[in-house]
Write a protein that binds this ligand. Structure first.
Ligand code: ADP
Ligand code: ADP
Ligand code: MG
Length: 661
């Protein structure tokens, strides 16, 4: 067995791998960037080595430094996790050449599957059904357009080197083809340094169903059933489950055979995922699934497979890397119940899923009732350098209904303050009827987006709780409260005063009259309310509002107050008298690119009403994300760029208009 493994990754997956190593009595070495010096994975590992500055290109993608660290720390193997260098054949090769074991497949297998066009050609040769399309070398736009016509619209243009949903464009009619190809190419060139594209037939009513496979040194390959990852947004997985709803024995047999055959064709060793696209317009039919790609690594959503099989996939990876045979034969792989995984991200669903950053001032995840795979703790910072994942919440139940109910409960017990997370969006998704009945397809989220991202109005109770928190009503009485002192509020005074609270960009001056340090009346939206503290236990508070009891979690952090109530996190901010407000652009109506960069996100469309300070465009430049914000309250008149576009400095991105009074 392996003795000491270096984990060439960070975050939840590094922690996940360390947990299994520890159980197997294998020592671990973590690596970290300066942004992660105090990260959980560093604290958990037996040893840790600094790689360099925060940007991944200077740290987690520095294969040379990682191999040096492995040698210096006398590790015998390197586990790459997912992302970063996990699918880089040159890295796998360098690890092996340095006399270390790469916990993953051979460099040749990675190479064979690394480019989607080559992988598809190889799979077709091996007899695996592949998505019909064009994989040709001739990349001239005219030839590509003619091929698209032959395939038949709609088509999907894909970067052959693509990953993470990048470099993909669906085209519905021939007139749009040339532009779509050009923009896919540009994105592919900037993200992967390879602009070559393939064209695929767009599969109708698409479902993403993938098979987990494992191969060993004796060239035995088995599968560990399927996962359904059809709940996607922009080709990125949001909630995954296993098994797949509606799966039949015949379909599973056909998909399993195809996946195993594909892995055998490249002499695969270790864990891989064979991703298929399924035409579900007529249920699951064994002649309606096609190979999309093979991911030659552990998959983000591997835990749902672990939950239904009771197996530890990282343990399997380590055993196989150490030369052991597959622990089970195909017939002996158990399948029990149902599992779901939800990806909790630092992103603002209400603002076009804008990635958010910030300190996790409060983080409470339902570890008592769900499996929580996370790489962060309360107090940690979600930095702009890496994937903004906070945690994966994984649940298991005897039936799909039971498991989905467990997920709903788990999400209702997930609390994040300090940065905006997608918890309410995930909860809304879990409440969707089509999802609940198993009628999933990759368009489900997009079709229901407006409903799923709705941010509920803060109820009066949230204002009541925020006002009380602002006044220090939930603080232990014996503690001198600097906030209370700052506001000039004197305890026990019946003085009338005004509390300024901003919520969703609107500042309200709330008149308050205090009866005691736990009882007051306030006015909100022109109506007077009486409120009283009933109970406080840390962040858990119970108040009586106009005679009715309300329980909530209330967190005060910095100038913010987050009220967790009814499945939503309502954030209130107390204006800082010393601060002129958040940084916004100059009062010009023309929003220009401040530097050359890549347009990551345009969360607004022409006609959108925005308030001063709201994000208009998110750019990536100098390896950092920059948010360009509205210079004034107004309307978006014109949007002149698209997501994925590379822009020069001073390029006109967007035009604003002042609102008619
Ligand atoms: P999965 O099916 O496992 O979600 P993805 O291909 O979507 O696979 O990506 C898995 C993870 O790998 C992502 O969460 C992301 O962190 C990372 N990743 C994917 N593509 C890239 C990329 N091009 N560059 C860096 N990291 C990536
Ligand atoms: P990536 O490497 O970015 O993961 P994939 O080829 O796996 O790229 O595709 C990502 C997602 O795009 C799939 O999960 C699926 O939802 C969608 N997709 C890919 N190919 C097709 C297709 N031919 N028809 C319909 N949807 C597709
Ligand atoms: Mg994929």
């Amino acid at each position: 067995m392996l003795k000491r493994v270096l984990i060439a990754n960070r975050g939840e997956i590094a922690c996940r791998i360390i947990r299994t190593c520890r159980r197997m009595a294998i020592e671990t070495v973590a690596v970290y960037s300066d942004a992660d010096a105090n990260a959980l994975h560093v604290a958990m590992a037996d040893d840790a080595v600094r790689l360099g500055p925060p940007p991944a290109t200077e740290s987690y993608l520095r294969g040379d430094l990682i191999i040096e660290a492995a040698q210096a720390m006398a590790a015998d193997a390197v586990h790459p996790g997912y992302g970063f260098l996990s699918e880089n054949p040159d890295f796998a090769e360098a690890v092996t050449e340095a006399g270390l074991i790469f916990v993953g497949p051979s460099a040749d297998a990675i190479r064979a599957m690394g480019l989607k066009d080559r992988a598809k050609a190889l799979m077709a040769e091996a007899g695996v059904p592949v998505v019909p399309g064009y994989l040709g070398d001739d990349q001239t736009p005219e030839v590509m357009a003619a091929q698209a016509n032959d395939i038949g619209y709609p088509v999907l243009i894909k970067a052959r080197a693509g990953g993470g949903g990048k470099g993909m464009r669906r085209v519905d009619n021939p007139d749009d083809f040339a532009d779509a190809l050009e923009s896919a190419r540009r994105e592919a060139e900037s993200s992967f340094g390879d602009g070559r594209c393939l064209i695929e037939k767009w599969i109708a009513t698409p479902r993403h169903i993938e098979m987990q496979v494992f191969g060993d040194a004796d060239r035995n390959v088995i599968h560990l059933f399927e996962r359904d990852c059809s709940l996607q947004r922009r080709h990125q997985k949001v909630i995954e489950e296993a098994p797949a709803p509606g799966m039949t024995a015949a379909m599973r047999q056909a998909m399993g055979d195809a996946a195993v055959k594909g892995a055998e064709a490249v002499g695969y060793q270790g864990a891989a995922t064979v991703e298929f696209i399924v035409d579900a317009s007529d249920g699951l039919r064994p002649d309606r699934f096609w190979f999309m790609e093979m991911n030659t690594r552990l998959q983000v959503e591997h835990p749902v497979t672990e939950m239904i099989t009771g197996l530890d996939l990282v343990e399997w990876q380590l055993r196989i890397a150490a030369g052991e045979p597959l622990p089970l034969s195909q017939e002996d792989v158990p399948l029990n119940g149902w599992a779901f995984e939800a990806r909790v991200y630092a992103e603002d669903a209400g603002k076009g899923f804008l990635p958010t950053t910030g300190r996790l001032d409060y983080l409470s995840l339902p570890e008592d009732i769900a499996r929580v795979d996370s790489g962060v703790r309360q107090g940690d910072v979600i930095a702009p350098f890496y994937d903004p994942m906070i945690a994966k919440i994984i649940v298991h139940g005897d039936s799909r209904t039971e498991a989905l109910n467990a997920m709903r409960t788990a999400l209702s017990q997930s609390f994040v303050a300090g940065t905006v997370a997608n918890v309410a969006f995930l909860a809304a998704l879990c409440a969707d009827d089509a999802f609940a009945s198993g009628q999933v397809d990759t368009g489900l989220i997009e079709r229901n987006l407006d409903r799923l991202v709705q941010t509920p109005e803060a109820p009066t109770a949230a204002y009541a709780l925020a006002v009380m928190a602002a006044l220090g009503c939930f603080e232990p009485h014996n503690r001198a409260d600097p906030w209370v002192t700052l506001t000039g509020w004197r305890q026990w005074s019946r003085e009338r005063q005004t509390i300024d609270l901003s919520h969703n960009g609107v500042t309200e001056a709330i008149p308050v009259t205090c009866d005691s340090d736990s009882k007051l009346s306030f006015e909100h939206a022109g109506i007077a309310h009486a409120v009283e503290v009933r109970q406080v236990d840390g962040v858990h508070t119970v108040i009586v509002l106009d005679g009715k009891e309300v329980g909530a979690r209330v967190v005060r952090h910095g100038r913010n107050i987050t009220v967790f109530l009814g499945g939503a996190a309502h954030v209130f901010t107390r204006p800082d008298p010393l601060d002129g407000g958040e940084q916004v652009m100059a009062g010009d109506d023309r929003v220009l690119a401040p530097m050359p960069g890549l347009i990551k996100l345009v969360p607004v469309a022409p006609g959108a009403c925005v308030r001063r300070g709201e994000p208009l465009v998110v750019m990536e430049a100098m390896k950092m994300e920059h948010t360009l914000r509205a210079p004034f309250d107004g309307t978006v008149a014109e949007v002149l760029v698209g997501e994925g576009e590379q822009v020069a400095a001073d390029r006109l991105l967007l035009v604003m208009e002042t609102q008619d009074p």
